[in-house]
Design a protein around this ligand. Structure first.
Ligand SMILES: [Zn+2]
Length: 314
């Protein structure tokens, strides 16, 4: 077999509020299962514990490279905000890391390889475009609706990072008619209204007795009145935020993933109804809102795409 036929892998890393994860991803966007390693992070961890978690998963994953395979680079997706020029990160939910030099930490472990860093929302959008619901779509927003709400943008066929790396952070768009205070300092941000925990918290003010997104999903399925009201409220707010983004950016498609996006398919239907109210703006109401077509591997596949599909990441 010639060397040109050897599998080419990227070492992909995803750093978030609860875990750091790494895996090898090939040039078709497939994760090599045996190379996948994770380590706990968390808001209580020290800076050195977080760094150690990243070092551990990178070292373990690199050691999983099959004989004869090529390792062509390292892609890192991290919870925002990030500092693109400095290769540093300040994840909102990892408070001990502020302007932490994550790219340098990783580069020191792999001095022979190119390393690229982007926000996790941009990475999942790249993954949707590569192997998910956004294939062939040039104007795309990827969204995660989970503990928080994040996103990323592909406009005109290439990703938009912005000068600091934080473009596409849809979670902190303010939504009309809501005054929920947000951790970022804003009032009525979509994350403060429609994340999983915030939706559950609002439902509880209406008499809902459950405590988790799973409880809310079950209550919605049983037509519980407070659960239905809460899901409708969050779905409408999501639709308002998406309509604002579509009005600004002229989007073809929004692909929505994340644990809470699966609370019921009706969540996206409520969003579509809110978008449809922009009756005079056909260019905005044309936006299609669809569920993510990615598995849980999306963040890692997208981090790998920073190298495998580098032409989309200027
Ligand atoms: Zn906010």
């Amino acid at each position: 077999m010639s060397s040109s036929a050897a599998p080419r892998y990227v070492l992909a890393i995803d750093v978030g509020g609860t875990k750091a994860e790494a895996a090898l991803v090939d040039d078709r966007g497939v994760v090599l299962g045996a190379s996948r390693h994770r380590a706990k992070t968390g808001a209580d961890a020290s800076s050195e514990q977080l760094a150690s978690a990243v070092r551990t998963v990178v070292t373990q994953t690199r050691a999983s490279l099959p004989a004869g395979a090529a390792l062509v680079g390292v892609g890192i997706g991290c919870a925002g905000p990030i500092h693109l020029r400095e290769g540093a990160v300040s994840p909102l939910n990892l408070p001990v890391w502020r302007e932490y030099p994550l790219k340098d930490l990783v580069a020191a472990l792999v001095p022979d390889l190119p390393v690229r860093l982007r926000m996790d929302g941009l990475c999942i959008t790249l993954a949707e475009h590569w192997v998910g619901a956004g294939q062939g779509i040039d104007n795309l927003m990827g969204m995660i609706v989970s503990t928080g709400i994040g996103g990323g943008l592909i406009l005109g066929g290439v990703t938009t990072s912005g000068p600091t790396g934080n473009a596409g952070h849809i979670g902190h768009i303010e939504v009309g008619g809501f005054d929920d205070p947000c951790a970022c300092g804003g009032i009525g941000c979509i994350e403060a209204i429609a994340s999983g925990p915030k939706t559950v918290a609002w439902a509880r003010t209406q008499g809902f007795a459950g405590e988790s997104g799973e409880d809310l999903a079950a209550a919605y399925a049983a037509a519980d009145r407070s659960a239905v009201a809460a899901v409708a409220r969050s779905g409408r707010a999501l639709g308002q935020a998406i309509a604002s983004a579509a009005t600004l950016l002229d989007l073809d498609l929004v692909a929505i993933g994340g644990g809470f996006s699966n609370v019921t398919p009706d969540l996206l239907e409520f969003a579509r109804e809110a978008i449809a109210q922009r009756v005079q703006f056909a260019y905005a109401t044309r936006v299609r809102v669809v569920p993510s077509a990615l598995s849980g591997d999306g963040p890692l596949i997208g981090a790998a795409a920073l190298i495998h599909r580098a032409e989309l990441v200027p």
